[in-house]
Design a protein around this ligand. Structure first.
Ligand code: PLP
Length: 377
């Protein structure tokens, strides 16, 4: 027997309250009992997104929500601005390309945050830009972008701001209404503590005006149809009933803990993880780290993929490696969602053992100790 631990930046562990709710017999989605739960889910989502507007729900992975954000706001030949500083920033560009949206890219070196001034300059240069696509927490590099500064720039232009908040919502503040974020996309399998399978999109009034005139093709991911239905506690098509029962539970947990406490917990776990790996003599990949995931440079002479594989096969711990050109160069330890103090301690202890086994000099306990010194405060 080997006990396993999931410390990857999605999917993330699911609390037992949600697991149990999802094992309930299937409710029929046109029945009052389901509608009551669904109305509570709607309220819970508004709390997490910090918005008064409706948060739309789709049965898809997070990328479906991203695709929905593009096809519901833009029209063929429209111009967009895409920030690409990692795998997920690139995805915005790929979706735009798939639908014939012309876009200008701001290419940011992987591991660095985008300079918001570049967005301001691009918008000033080209008044035809209809939408700005950004990644708040770029999971592939572990970078957190300055969304507040970006929002302040875009808010005062005719363009809408579309945010991939898939590993930032429920981790750091994403006050949708206060910052004027136009479309914010989230997914179930990150900080919302559920299995993969749900995507969420909040839509501002400014964005709804664009939805009214959008002419890109769409069928399932239709914002107008979903809005009409959700206001009646329904969805246009059969919803992922079991996942929604789980969502009701995780939203209750989020509300009980409170957003401020949740942000503080993620910050504490992230600082402890960074302190731990630094104490082991390892280097962080970025100077603008996301509290969702810590990206660490693999030490010279040791392949990052080997660290990930050894942790999984020998120690039962799943973390993530590097993607694209970062393959083998970094590894990523997640601490988002259903994560707490001892997840960090476990990650540090296992990392110490793994690095020792791979021939990297480790003073056993030094990473754990540095992490604990933060965790005890
Ligand atoms: C996980 C993730 C996504 C969505 O990926 P799916 O596999 O489609 O759920 C998008 N953006 C970021 C930043 C992510 O971390």
């Amino acid at each position: 027997m080997k006990k396993t631990y999931l410390l990857a930046p999605g999917p993330t562990p699911v609390p037992s309250e949600a697991l149990l709710a999802m094992s309930r017999p299937i409710l029929h989605h046109r029945a009052p009992e389901y509608e009551k739960i669904f109305s509570q889910v709607r309220e819970g989502l508004k709390y997490v997104f910090q918005t008064q507007t409706e948060v739309l729900i789709f049965a898809s992975s997070g990328t479906g929500g991203m695709e929905g954000a593009v096809v519901n706001t833009l029209s063929p030949g429209d111009k967009a601005l895409v920030v690409r500083g990692g795998k997920f920033g690139e995805r915005w560009g790929e979706i735009c390309q798939a639908y014939g949206v012309n876009f200008e890219a701001i290419d940011v070196e992987w591991g660095k945050p985008v300079d918001p001034a570049l967005i301001a300059e691009a918008l000033k240069r080209d008044g035809a830009i209809k939408a700005v696509f950004v990644t708040h927490s770029e999971t592939s590099t572990g970078v957190l972008n300055d969304l507040e500064a970006i929002a302040e720039i875009v808010r005062n232009t005719p363009a809408i701001l579309v945010v991939d908040a898939i590993t930032s919502l429920g981790v750091v503040p994403v006050p949708v209404d206060e910052w004027g974020l136009d479309v914010v996309v989230a997914g179930s399998q990150k900080a919302l503590m559920l299995p993969p399978g749900l995507a969420f999109c909040s839509v501002s009034e400014k964005a709804w005006r664009m939805v009214e005139t959008s002419r890109l093709p769409k069928y399932y991911f239709n914002f107008k149809e979903e809005k009409k239905n959700i206001e009646k506690n329904q969805s246009a098509f059969t919803p992922a009933v079991s996942l929604l029962l789980g969502l009701k539970e995780t939203l209750d947990l989020i509300k009980a803990e409170g957003l401020e406490n949740i942000f503080a917990r993620h910050d504490r776990l992230a600082r402890a993880t960074r302190a731990g790996v630094t104490a082991l003599g390892l280097e962080l990949f970025t100077e603008s780290p996301s509290p969702a995931v810590t990206a660490v440079k693999a030490p010279t002479g040791i392949d990052g993929g080997t660290i990930v594989k050894t942790l999984r096969t020998k120690h039962g711990i799943t973390i993530a490696g590097g993607q694209s050109h970062l393959k083998g160069k970094i590894f990523r330890i997640a601490h988002l969602g259903y994560a707490d103090t001892y997840d960090v301690v476990i990650a540090m202890a296992a990392l110490e053992l793994t690095l020792s086994e791979l021939g990297y000099p480790v003073k056993l306990g030094s990473g754990v100790r540095a992490a604990e010194e933060i965790l005890m405060k």
